[in-house]
Design a protein around this ligand. Structure first.
Ligand SMILES: *Cc1c(COP(=O)(O)O)cnc(C)c1O
Length: 376
């Protein structure tokens, strides 16, 4: 049996967790949290990284920092995970969905400008499968209309767009370290802050509305309640688990890329015969092999492939996302601007094949044989 996902594990996790425990520092912002944050800052060039309890929470922090208010509108794709929208709906804002591009499954940058109204405050590009959105165009639109850009880079760590790290291009970037992502701490994430002027407010929102971070740096002599906020700090034990992977980030990424390329090569004959479609990586993007997906003809064929053929051969493949504008909460809290040409159609026919750090070449060969067999 080949699982769809196996959480990443390099071997040093338990040792580092024990170090956190032995140091009697298991709450937030301990040694491992700081090491992870420094690693992210060095890797991406942002002014500040703040580890959080999830990417959802990092996005909530970004919405607080962007001062999103009830009635504000936020432009995003409908083809995304619920958190992208949730973080803004919690602030009373209205997600305004625009269609995706069928090649990358990312927001169609050419549809954004038409969705802007006087209420629009932010654009939230989602870097699907760790492949960058057309960020130059998006940043240009944001600049001309005075909008903030919050990157949902949940899947995008170690990926770049024109040499710049995903998550470091917009005002804020959000990473996920959920167990399904390339690097994990069980549940967790990070907020990336491009410009230093937001650091202090971010620390306050993340620390229950207090200036505790300043207090620990010796910048104030007592810490007080200075604003509203919440508790978005992960335990240092979780950060210890993550550190064991960040220190091996290059190895993990190259192993994933090797498997990704094997999938691509072995399935190419099917794509040449136009039986399936393969992922498209624009030339300005370097990706992190977060995901390997194919597209089949339609929903019926997908169901047949996942539920009947692959499962009975011991291969666990999955699909996602139910477009947010068709989901119960989407109908209630959000709206779709323009026409849904690709969002529903393309999401209906997408199949995600197993992809994780310790997936072997033999596994990939077996899975590709089963996919080919399906078309015989
Ligand atoms: C995984 C994911 C999230 C949520 O991440 P959590 O860390 O589980 O909160 C948000 N957006 C996208 C696109 C994701 O893939």
């Amino acid at each position: 049996m080949i699982n769809f996902n196996v959480p990443p594990f390099t071997g040093n996790e338990i040792k580092y967790i024990k170090e956190a425990v032995d140091a009697q520092k298991i709450c937030g912002d301990g040694r491992f949290t700081k090491q992870c944050d420094r690693w992210i800052e060095e890797k991406t060039g942002v002014a500040k990284s703040l580890l959080t309890t999830s990417c959802t929470h990092a996005t909530e922090l970004a919405a607080l920092l962007a001062d999103i208010k009830p009635g504000d509108e936020v432009i995003m794709p409908s083809y995304t995970f619920v958190s992208t929208a949730d973080a803004f709906v919690l602030r009373g804002a209205v997600p305004v969905f625009v269609d995706i591009r069928p090649d990358t499954m990312n927001i169609d940058e050419t549809k954004i400008e038409d969705a802007i109204t006087p209420k629009t405050r932010a654009i939230v590009p989602v870097h699907y499968a760790g492949v960058g959105c057309e960020m130059d165009t998006i940043m240009d639109i944001a600049k001309r209309h005075g909008l903030m850009v919050i990157e949902d880079a949940a899947q995008g760590i170690m990926s770049t767009y024109k040499g710049r790290a995903l998550g470091s291009i917009g005002d804020f970037g959000c990473y996920s370290f959920h167990e399904t992502k390339n690097f994990s701490m069980g549940e967790g994430g990070a907020l990336l802050i491009r410009d230093p002027e937001y650091i202090e407010d971010a620390e306050i929102f993340r620390e229950k509305g207090t200036d505790r971070s300043k207090y620990f740096r010796g910048q104030v002599d007592k810490y007080r309640w200075v604003n509203y906020g919440s508790s978005y700090l992960p335990s240092d034990m979780n950060a210890a688990y993550l550190w064991a992977q960040l220190e091996m980030a290059d190895e993990i990424t190259s192993a994933r890329l090797a498997r990704w390329n094997e999938y691509y090569e072995q399935l190419k004959p099917l794509a040449d015969k136009e039986l399936i479609e393969l992922p498209v990586i624009p030339s300005e993007c370097k990706h992190n092999a977060h995901m390997f997906y194919i597209k089949v003809k339609d929903l019926d064929m997908r169901t047949e492939m996942i539920d009947r053929h692959l499962k009975s051969n011991g291969v666990y493949a999955v699909f996602h996302y139910v477009p947010l504008h068709t989901a119960p909460a989407g109908l209630k809290y959000a709206r779709f601007h323009g026409e849904d040409v690709y969002t529903t159609k393309e999401s209906d026919r997408l199949v995600r094949l197993p992809m994780y750090y310790r997936l072997t070449s033999d596994d990939v060969t077996y899975i590709c044989e089963k996919v080919k067999e399906f078309f015989e």
